[in-house]
Design a protein around this ligand. Structure first.
Ligand code: FAD
Length: 430
C-alpha cells in the first residue's frame, strides 16, 4: 500500500504541512505532481515562463527526492483521469494534499475526493498556503470582512497568538523507496522555453527592513519580488510572515492583503466575472479596441503608464505603484472594462494570482472592496512627480521619450477624468 502526496501550489520540501503530515502518519509515501491539462490548455502562449518555472522546480524537487532514495511521479492529464489511472497502477490507501481556495481548485478537489471515496481511498487536505484560511477571520456577527482595515486588525491579533514555527525535518524514511521515474519534458506538453528571468528566491532582510520607505518608488529595488514564489509555494508563507513580523509591519500588511483577497474570492466566487459591488456592473464600458491595444503595448503617450506596460511585457513583472496607475488609467481614464485589463495581466504576470489580480483590478476600478468612493482617479502626472520625480524608471523603459517617435497622449486627461466621473455617476444613480 502507498500514500500519495499531491503537490499543487506548494512546490517545496521544507516546511510543507501536507507533506510533513503524510511522512509523519503514513508509510511508503509517494510524491506526485499533475500538469493539469484543464489549466495548461487555457494558456494561449506556448512559451510561458510560469510553466517553465514549475517544470524547473519539479526537476529540482525530484532530484532532491532521488537523493533520499525515492522519486517524484509527474503526470500530464486531467486530475480525474490521472487518479483513475493511478488507482489501477498502485494500491493507494490515502492521498494527502494542501488546500487551495480558488473556485476551480475547490471544484476539482471535491471531484477527486468523491472519486477516491468510491475506491475507499482517504483524501486528507491541510492548511499550508495561508496563515489564516477563509473563514478563520470573521467579524463579530460571524460574517466575512468586506473591508481590509478591520480584517487586518483581526488578522494581526490572531497572528500574535499563533505559533508559526517550522515543524522541523520530515520523517524522510517514510518515503517510498524507488528507482527514479522519467520526467516529462516541456516539449512533450507542447510548451517551449522562454528567455524571461525569474526573480530569485531571496528573502533580503535589509530590503524588508526598509520596505516601508522604498516600496513606492518603481526605480528603486525596494520590493521583494517574491510574488511568483508565493504563488507556487516555493517559499513558505509561515517563514516569510515570521521574518516580516520581526522586520517590517508594512511588509507584513502586504501579506495580509494577499490573504484578504483570497478570502474575498473564496466567499464570493462570482467576482471572477462580476463586480463585487453589483451596481457597478451597470457601467457602460467603452469597447474601444484601439485604445485597449495602445494600453497593452505601452503606447498611450502617458509615460508612467507606458513604462509600466513595457516593463510588464518585457519582464513579466510590474511594480505595484505602477500596477495601480496603469489599472486606474485603463478603467477610469479610458473607461475600459476592468475585466479586459485583468485578463491581460493574467496572461503576462509571472506572479499572476486570481484572487490578488481580481481583487486589485476591482479595487482600481472602484467596483471592489475599496472603502473609498469611485471618484479617486490617479493622475499620471502627479503620480510621476511623487514616485518617479527624476523620470529614472520612465526613461529606463522608454528610451525614445524625448523624441518624436514617442506617441502623443491618446486622450486629454481633464476630459477623460470628467467623462469617467459622469459615466460612473449616471450608472450608479439608475
Ligand atoms: P512585495 O511588495 O515585496 O510584497 C510581498 C508579497 O505580498 C507579494 O509578493 C504578494 O504576494 C503580496 N502582496 C503585496 N501586495 C499585495 C496586494 N496589493 N494584494 C495581494 N497581495 C499582495 N499580486 C499578485 O500576487 N498577483 C497578481 O496577479 C496581482 N495583480 C495585481 C494587479 C493590479 C492591478 C494591482 C494594482 C496589484 C496586483 N497585485 C498582484 C498586487 C501587487 O502589485 C503584487 O503582489 C506585487 O507588486 C508583487 O511584487 P513583489 O513580490 O515585489 O511584492
Amino acid at each position: 500500500k502507498i500514500t500519495l502526496f499531491w503537490f499543487r501550489r506548494d512546490l517545496r520540501l521544507e516546511d510543507n504541512t501536507g507533506l510533513q503530515r503524510a511522512l509523519q502518519e503514513e508509510k511508503n509515501v509517494l510524491p506526485l505532481f499533475i500538469f493539469d491539462r484543464n489549466i495548461l490548455e487555457r494558456l494561449e502562449e506556448k512559451a510561458d515562463a510560469r510553466v517553465e518555472f514549475i517544470h524547473a522546480q519539479l526537476t529540482e524537487i525530484k532530484a532532491q527526492l532521488e537523493k533520499k532514495g525515492s522519486s517524484l511521479l509527474v503526470r500530464y492529464g486531467t486530475p480525474e483521469e490521472i487518479f483513475s489511472k493511478l488507482s489501477t497502477e498502485f494500491s493507494i490507501s490515502a492521498v494527502y494534499t494542501n488546500r487551495d481556495y480558488e473556485p476551480y481548485a475547490k471544484e476539482r478537489d471535491e471531484k477527486i475526493e468523491a472519486l477516491l471515496e468510491e475506491k475507499k481511498v482517504r483524501f486528507l487536505s491541510f492548511k499550508d498556503q495561508l496563515i489564516f484560511e477563509p473563514g478563520e477571520i470573521l467579524n463579530g456577527s460571524g460574517e466575512f470582512y468586506k473591508v481590509f482595515t478591520p480584517f487586518s486588525k483581526a488578522w494581526l491579533s490572531k497572528f500574535n497568538q499563533t505559533d508559526i514555527q517550522n515543524p522541523g525535518q520530515p520523517n524522510w524514511k517514510n518515503l517510498k523507496g524507488l528507482t527514479p521515474f522519467p520526467m516529462i519534458s516541456l516539449g512533450e506538453m507542447g510548451f517551449e522555453k522562454t528567455s524571461i528571468c525569474i526573480p530569485p528566491k531571496i528573502t533580503d532582510e535589509d530590503l524588508i527592513r526598509h520596505y516601508d520607505q522604498n516600496r513606492d518608488f518603481p526605480a528603486k529595488n525596494g520590493t521583494s519580488r517574491l510574488g511568483i514564489h508565493l504563488r507556487f509555494g516555493t517559499i513558505s508563507i509561515r517563514k516569510l510572515a515570521g521574518i516580516a513580523a520581526k522586520l517590517n509591519d508594512v511588509f507584513l500588511k502586504e501579506l495580509i492583503w494577499r490573504e484578504f483577497y483570497m478570502m474575498i474570492l473564496a466567499f464570493n466566487p462570482q467576482v471572477v466575472d462580476r463586480a463585487f459591488k453589483p451596481e457597478y456592473d451597470r457601467i457602460p464600458w467603452r469597447q474601444d479596441l484601439g485604445d485597449f491595444h495602445a494600453w497593452c503595448a505601452g503606447k498611450t503617450g502617458f509615460p508612467i503608464v507606458d513604462a509600466g506596460m513595457r516593463e510588464l511585457n518585457e519582464t513579466g513583472y510590474m511594480h505595484n505603484r505602477v500596477r495601480m496607475i496603469t489599472a486606474s488609467f485603463l478603467t477610469k481614464l479610458l473607461l475600459i472594462d476592468w475585466r479586459w485589463g485583468e485578463a491581460y495581466f493574467a496572461k503576462q504576470l509571472l506572479d499572476f494570482d486570481l484572487s490578488a489580480n481580481n481583487g486589485s483590478w476591482q479595487w482600481a476600478a472602484g467596483t471592489g472592496t475599496d472603502s473609498q468612493p469611485y471618484f479617486r482617479i490617479f493622475n499620471p502626472e502627479s503620480q510621476t512627480s511623487k514616485f518617479d520625480p527624476d523620470l529614472e524608471y520612465i526613461k529606463h523603459w522608454i528610451p525614445e521619450l524625448e523624441t518624436k517617435k514617442y506617441p502623443k497622449p491618446i486622450v486629454a486627461y481633464k476630459f477623460a477624468r470628467q467623462r469617467a466621473l459622469e459615466t460612473y455617476k449616471i450608472a450608479l444613480e439608475k
